[in-house]
Design a protein around this ligand. Structure first.
Ligand code: GNR
Ligand code: NI
Length: 167
């Protein structure tokens, strides 16, 4: 297992659109293990492969309090959405920034699990938000894209400054 480096906004590699996974094989299962380790180590409640510079449609999520409920989504697709819900979102690729984003409150998602088996899941509230946030990453989108231009500009400046100080 290996911890992977998480890309930071505004890294242009976060804009790549991830490609569907054709087969859930050992390589994909290794990727899933690395992603889970990286998510728990951060710590975060979700991670999309895009964030570790892998352009494949793979997401890991664990919204449980005790970090014992890993959910794996390969090729996730939202097929139903309803209601409106918003919480202050954070992102491991945008450290230190928390802003509310409008999302669907309830979604139905179809995906494959870590063994390649198809499943369908109805998710609400925090889990629904997290799934929407992660699928956005797979499509090259970051939650700050929903904020005003002014806020985006401030966030970009703040993170570029952090990056400079870290060198
Ligand atoms: O750790 C995370 N917390 C979080 C909080 C509210 C809404 C979404 C998230 S996802 C985030 C991890 C992350 O960046 N996933 O892409
Ligand atoms: Ni994120």
């Amino acid at each position: 297992m290996a911890l992977r480096e998480i890309l930071r906004y505004p890294d242009p590699r976060l804009r790549k659109k991830a490609l569907p996974v054709a087969r859930v094989d050992e390589e994909i299962r290794g990727l899933i293990r690395d992603m889970a380790e990286t998510m728990y180590g951060a710590p975060g409640i979700g991670l999309a492969a895009t964030q570790i510079d892998v352009a494949k449609r793979v997401v890991v999520i664990d919204v449980s309090a005790d970090h014992k409920d890993l959910q794996v989504f390969v090729n996730p697709v939202i097929c139903e959405r309803s209601g409106v819900f918003g919480i202050e979102e954070g992102c491991l690729s945008v450290p230190g920034v928390f802003e509310e984003v409008e999302r669907a409150q309830k979604i139905t998602v179809r995906a494959q699990d870590g063994s390649g088996a198809a499943f369908e899941l109805v998710a609400e509230d925090l889990l629904a938000v997290c799934i929407q946030h992660e699928i956005d990453h797979l499509d090259g989108k970051v939650f700050v894209d929903y904020l005003s231009r002014l806020k985006q500009q401030r966030i970009r400046k703040k993170l570029e400054k952090q990056q400079r100080l870290a060198m």
